[in-house]
Design a protein around this ligand. Structure first.
Ligand code: ADP
Ligand code: MG
Length: 375
């Protein structure tokens, strides 16, 4: 028994020490839409990590701009390929880290395709959300002899700075504040399988459509977030680890022409600008290691507070379209993403209930002594 506990503690300790909490940025380029004019792409060249954009018809250096990310996925990358580089983060959630995966980009660039998939879902075309959950259940099942996991999910939408619970059945709302993790009072629903999650996603999707005349317009003007809470209890030691994962499909990042937008559109645009710039501000102040990080400036950053920062692992999928008429948005998206990718946040930290690092070290030392005495 001592051996087992020692092993578990050493493992936890190593996890605390490894992996940097830097924000990873993956860039994905959407293919041309079938049936639409197939003009020259603004993407001149790409490799594993760098993308070169044609910014003008000029030849040579001045007509091009290159951006470097942790990974670049071209138009032909499959959903499976895109997810394969995300998998380690799922393991991290089960190890007790907070993880945030979000999709950024202008409307029509492929955010929902990456996170959820196309409207007609197949086994091949399902997106990150589904794959993340099925991996999570797979790994937790593999570990079930040593760790017992409880998983529950929430689904919310942020529209015009209003948080809406998408998992309401019969209009009932229970109050829930879980794990000290910042979540609004939205239903927290226990799940035990991927099909449970699919049912909930469908319910969320249905609730999202209710009361909005133009579903597509609304979905591009709101942030939607699927949050997964995981609690694991080591069978032998009783140590509890807690992880949380936010899967976020952000509102379209395009700037709305202020002179043209009026009424509801203007209000929506102002809210989106506010929350996306609040996200940018949080990331910059984390990068500059400022003592005050302005999480409180928007609902989005409040929600993600525990999953953005030195103690969490963050992945941003930045999406761009290949059409020349979106060049302006493409460049500003890539500039924002590049700023994010240079952020160094220090080490990610495991959420553990029973012991801090110091305590773990002491436990390991005294267990070693106990073992030595026995042998
Ligand atoms: P967004 O959510 O950013 O507004 P969508 O994900 O809805 O954009 O994508 C716009 C359209 O392009 C959809 O019809 C979607 O199925 C398609 N699409 C996006 N990305 C890809 C891709 N990588 N491969 C094939 N089709 C894609
Ligand atoms: Mg979308």
């Amino acid at each position: 028994k001592y051996h087992k506990v020692l092993e578990e503690n050493c493992k936890l300790y190593n996890q605390v020490q490894d992996l940097k909490g830097n924000i990873r940025v993956y860039c994905r380029i959407r293919p041309f839409m079938p049936g639409k004019p197939n003009h020259l792409s603004t993407v001149e060249d790409l490799d594993e990590r760098t993308i070169t954009i044609l910014t003008s018809s000029k030849y040579g250096k001045e007509g091009r701009k290159s951006f470097t990310f942790n990974k670049v996925f071209g138009p032909s990358a499959s959903q499976e390929e895109v997810f394969s580089d995300t998998q380690p983060l799922i393991r991290s959630v089960l190890d007790g880290y907070n993880v945030c995966i979000f999709a950024y980009g202008q409307t029509g660039s492929g955010k929902t395709h990456t996170m959820t998939g196309p409207s007609e879902l197949t086994k091949e075309s399902v997106g990150v959300n589904f794959r993340a959950l099925s991996d999570l259940f797979l790994i937790s099942d593999q570990r079930k002899d040593s760790i017992a996991y409880d998983v529950s999910v929430q689904m919310i939408e942020i529209y015009n700075e209003q948080v809406r619970d998408l998992l309401v059945m019969d209009g009932e709302i229970r109050n829930n504040t879980q794990n000290g993790v910042n979540v609004p009072d939205a239903n927290l629903v226990p799940v035990t399988s991927t099909s449970d999650v699919i049912n909930l996603m469908n319910l969320g999707q249905k609730n999202r459509a209710v009361g909005s005349t133009a579903m597509n317009v609304r979905s591009s003007r709101s942030h939607s977030c699927l949050t997964v809470h995981v609690q694991g209890r080591y069978v032998t030691s009783g140590t509890v680890v807690r992880g949380c994962m936010h899967l976020v499909d952000l509102a379209g990042s395009e700037r709305v022409d202020k002179s043209e937008a009026v009424g509801d559109r203007l209000k929506e645009a102002q809210h989106i600008n506010k929350s996306l710039s609040a996200l940018g501000d949080v990331i910059s102040s984390l990068a500059q290691k400022q003592s005050h990080v302005p999480y409180r400036n928007s609902k989005l950053t409040q929600l993600l507070q525990d999953s953005l920062g030195g103690q969490a692992k963050t992945l941003m999928f930045v999406h761009i379209s290949p059409e020349p008429d979106t060049l302006g948005e493409t460049i500003s998206t890539l500039k924002f993403a590049e700023r994010v990718s240079t952020v160094e946040l220090g080490s990610a930290r495991v959420n553990k209930e029973s012991a801090g690092v110091k305590e773990l070290k002491q436990q390991i030392a005294s267990l070693k002594v106990a073992l030595a005495r026995k042998e």
